[in-house]
Write a protein that binds this ligand. Structure first.
Ligand code: NAG
Ligand code: NAG
Ligand code: NAG
Ligand code: NAG
Ligand code: NAG
Ligand code: NAG
Ligand code: NAG
Ligand code: NAG
Ligand code: NAG
Ligand code: NAG
Ligand code: NAG
Length: 485
């Protein structure tokens, strides 16, 4: 390990000496030469293993300078606490902002740590088989004030635990790797939560607040204590090729990704299987979210495979008090899940959900395909304004496919919160049991275009593929909601 680091550094030094004429060939030649030289000089030890076992992938240099956690005293034995090493490394990199920042390489090994903060212009690079482990003792987890748009810690009054990897007011942050892992070791948190042994809200795995220009890619996030990846009031965030895993059952609130009051976000090519919503777009809770007033907008979510046994694949809400608009969700496979798509809200939330475009959704063995629910009555306290009624409108579904679905659609608007201008364009969802209530509606208006199976409820105007009105809706407030199925 130590030898490897030294070689790695030397090669980087060489590369800096001959920046322009340094071809890949010379690089490889020197690498081989240096390997043989060092191997002969010191045939026993870690490096020998490297030559014999699976070759260690060379880590790319993505910043002008890189560091190795080991150089800050890190020990990857799964027992030593590495918080100081992470902090020292981050501090070193915080001085390099002007020069393009720095990269912190976390080599293969188990790196136990308490929560730590990132800095701007950092690339945290997790090598193959590098695992950052969250320490399982809450006294190492610092408390911080509640999120302003929630007023509360979410589960408890007052402060909440920090996320394992945290950052505030940062610019240009990259967390990437050769599919290394950040493991929150959430089991102990879930158990304590279920037994009501915690006095504060659990911490997310990775949370970046008030930050911009963020890339999270090519890593695995495992067993978060709470929501896994929580960008809060951030701008320009890309999440690509990330695997997010937690047990699908009895891992409470382990949402995959929660874009919260964020704008300009792209989430693509991810696999997510967790104990709550795979993705939940949010923007604050009741009067606190209304006062904070920061929407989630301009978000593209595509090419995902997701699974949620207890909640939904892709959700919006229920905390949406700052508004949610201009969201595109496409090419999503939702499998073995309770619900595929859900929009949830309640009186008191205020805000709006509008310009939501779903395209090319595939449901494979889900109980309810599409759900819009307007009575999700979970409130931070009793001081919410029950007249703050959210607006739900301009929502379209194009090309929905599926099999093994019990209820294809359940759109439950209400007199106070009608759901307006919903469009279905081509839907073919195979139903497990041919029952009556497989397309349920209440207080919803809109239109269906082209082939729709199962047959839509009478609340919709029906158009043919040529855009010709075939049948006018009977009454938009017809209701056939049936929770029994
Ligand atoms: C991280 O930074 C925030 C904001 O400055 C601070 O409240 C928190 O205590 C810091 N966390 C750690 C682990 O230092
Ligand atoms: C996704 O990550 C894996 C593991 O790091 C990598 O092998 C693969 O090339 C990545 N794919 C894309 C599209 O970036
Ligand atoms: C990354 O690692 C996770 C967990 O070990 C694995 O499930 C996933 O398939 C890997 N991703 C890629 C692209 O190799
Ligand atoms: C929660 O508070 C109680 C009462 O103050 C205390 O006995 C207990 O140790 C606290 N638990 C945690 C996990 O902090
Ligand atoms: C968004 O962030 C990426 C990654 O840091 C950066 O390359 C890009 O320039 C940013 N875009 C804008 C519009 O700031
Ligand atoms: C992900 O990893 C692949 C393969 O190593 C690499 O080509 C790609 O640039 C990485 N993507 C990002 C966004 O880091
Ligand atoms: C909607 O979001 C997309 C993708 O982020 C963006 O390109 C587009 O400009 C946004 N549209 C509006 C009207 O803001
Ligand atoms: C639809 O989404 C699936 C993934 O669920 C993807 O394989 C397919 O290519 C997509 N189709 C189009 C036309 O983009
Ligand atoms: C959720 O998990 C439970 C327990 O493993 C299982 O019985 C149930 O069928 C699962 N539900 C779905 C929708 O996959
Ligand atoms: C209905 O929603 C669609 C997008 O789904 C939008 O293009 C259209 O303008 C909306 N119609 C009205 C009357 O607002
Ligand atoms: C349903 O709508 C009709 C008009 O279409 C109206 O007369 C009736 O009062 C509405 N019913 C309810 C329960 O709001």
């Amino acid at each position: 390990m130590v030898e490897y680091t030294t070689i790695h550094k030397k090669l980087h030094d060489l590369k800096h000496l001959f920046p322009s004429s340094f071809t890949l060939f010379t690089f490889l030649w020197i690498a081989v030469f240096a390997s043989v030289f060092l191997w002969q000089r010191n045939a026993v030890g870690g490096y020998f293993v490297l030559l014999e076992g699976t070759p260690m992938r060379t880590l790319p240099l993505l910043r002008p300078v890189d560091f190795n956690l080991i150089d800050f005293g890190g020990v990857g034995d799964g027992v030593t606490i590495n918080t100081k090493a992470f902090e020292k490394a981050v501090f070193e990199i915080s001085k390099l902002g002007e020069k393009g920042g720095g990269q912190l390489n976390v080599p293969s090994g188990f790196w136990l740590t308490a929560p730590f903060n990132l800095t701007s212009h950092i690339t945290l690079f997790l090598a193959q088989d590098a695992v950052i482990l969250g320490i399982q003792d809450e006294k190492y987890w610092p408390l911080m004030p509640p999120l302003p748009s929630y007023g509360y810690g979410r589960e408890h009054l007052g402060p909440r635990y920090s996320s394992l990897i945290h950052g505030q007011n940062l610019k240009d942050v990259v967390i990437t790797g050769h599919n290394g892992t950040i493991n929150g070791q959430g089991q102990i948190w879930w158990t304590k939560y279920l037994h009501k042994l915690l006095n504060h809200t659990r911490g997310p795995l990775v949370q970046l607040m008030w930050s911009s220009n963020i890339v999270i890619s090519n890593i695995t996030l495992l067993d978060s204590p709470f929501w896994t990846l929580h960008p809060y009031d951030c701008k320009n965030v890309t999440i690509k090729n990330v695997t997010i895993l937690a047990p699908v059952y009895k891992a409470p609130n382990t949402d995959g990704i929660d874009p919260d009051s964020c704008e300009d976000m792209l989430i693509e090519d991810c696999y997510i299987s967790v104990g709550d919503d795979a993705i939940a777009i949010k923007s604050g809770w009741d009067q606190y979210g209304i006062a904070y007033g920061k929407p989630s907008k301009n978000i593209v979510i595509r090419n995902l495979v997701v699974r949620s046994n207890v909640s939904a694949g892709i959700s919006i809400g229920s905390e949406m008090s700052g508004g949610v608009s201009n969201i595109t969700i496409e090419n999503i496979l939702i499998w073995n899940s309770r619900r595929a798509i859900r929009i949830k809200t309640a009186p008191g939330r205020g805000g709006y959900v509008s310009q939501i475009t779903y395209k090319n959704l595939t449901f494979n063995n889900v109980r309810v395909g599409i759900v819009i629910k307007t009575d999700y009555n979970q409130h931070p306290d009793t001081r919410y304004d029950s007249n703050a009624l959210p607006i739900l409108k301009d929502i379209s579904f194009t090309n929905v496919r599926g099999k093994g679905v019990k209820v294809a659609v359940r759109i439950q608007g209400s007199k106070g919160i009608p759901v307006r201008n919903v469009t279905f364009h081509d839907m073919l969802v195979g139903i497990t049991k041919k029952k009556k209530h497989i397309f349920q509606c209440a207080f919803v208006e809109g239109r269906v275009i082209g082939t729709i199976f199962p047959a839509p409820c009478g609340n919709f105007d029906q158009y043919n593929e040529q855009g010709k009105l075939v049948k006018h809706s009977s009454s938009y407030n017809v209701t056939n909601i049936d929770y029994e199925i």
